[in-house]
Design a protein around this ligand. Structure first.
Ligand code: DC
Length: 226
């Protein structure tokens, strides 16, 4: 192992994987804030690829073209905002449509490979909390702590429904439930880096837990390792 890789390996990573709308993003961000760690929302990268493809009229099933596109994107995260080639796209990547697109572009190994270096570059001192689908299994397989954060599909649909309603947006519970079931199926059944609970990942089911309890669970598990 080179000296550089060796020193990178000493930077602690907490990998949090789980299905859509499980609350893993909120939990990961809060854990990162508490520990003063950096934070990687890897799902945002797949969302950005889906959005950029849509803007450039590239189909979400064009594996080669998407792989090339993903390599050339100039992505920046700053103070809670996301920029693509200097345009602010924070809200644009959060729509349900782009979420579905992200799940479709994420199937292609070409896209996943193109995003690997960028994801690794977030591993900086004093540490990183990374959330996604393959943080523990592939991207940071040497993570110090691995968490599989999930909740029943009904609990997740209910949360998503309330979030949309609170924002004053239209929401249809049955449609949200069907969309989540389809997305779970696509994310888990694909052959490239599917969503799975890694062998040594701790299971955190948030169906009956609130965000603060979930954050407490992760922080406690991390403290026990230190
Ligand atoms: O976490 P999210 O809902 O923003 O992710 C959107 C999609 O991106 C998700 O349905 C699958 C894909 N994704 C992935 O394949 N691998 C990751 N590490 C993160 C997200």
């Amino acid at each position: 192992m080179s000296a550089e890789l060796n020193s990178l390996a000493t930077i602690p990573v907490i990998a949090i994987d789980g299905p859509s709308a499980s609350g893993k993003g909120t939990v990961a961000q809060l854990v990162a804030d508490k520990l003063g760690f950096h934070y990687l929302d890897s799902g945002a990268l797949y969302r950005i690829v889906a959005l950029a493809a849509q803007q450039q009229k590239i189909n979400w099933d064009s594996a080669e073209a998407l792989g090339t596109l993903a390599k050339t994107l100039n992505i920046r995260f700053k103070e809670g905002e996301i920029y693509l080639n200097d345009a602010r796209i924070t809200e644009l990547v959060r729509t349900e449509e782009i979420g579905r697109g992200a799940s479709e572009v994420a199937i292609h190994p070409q896209v996943r490979a193109a995003l690997l270096d960028l994801q690794h570059s977030f591993r900086q001192l004093p540490g990183l909390v990374a959330d996604g689908r393959d943080m523990a299994s592939v991207v940071f397989s040497d993570a110090k702590l691995k968490i599989f954060l999930t909740a029943s599909v009904e609990a997740r649909a209910e949360r998503r429904y309330k979030q949309l309603k609170n924002k004053g947006l239209n929401a249809d519970y049955d449609k949200i439930l069907t969309d989540l079931q389809q997305r779970d199926c696509r994310d888990s059944a694909r052959s490239a880096s599917p969503l799975i609970q890694s062998l040594n990942a701790l299971l955190l089911d948030t169906s009956q837990r609130d965000i603060q309890q979930a954050v407490g669970f992760v922080l406690n598990a991390y403290k026990k390792l230190s």
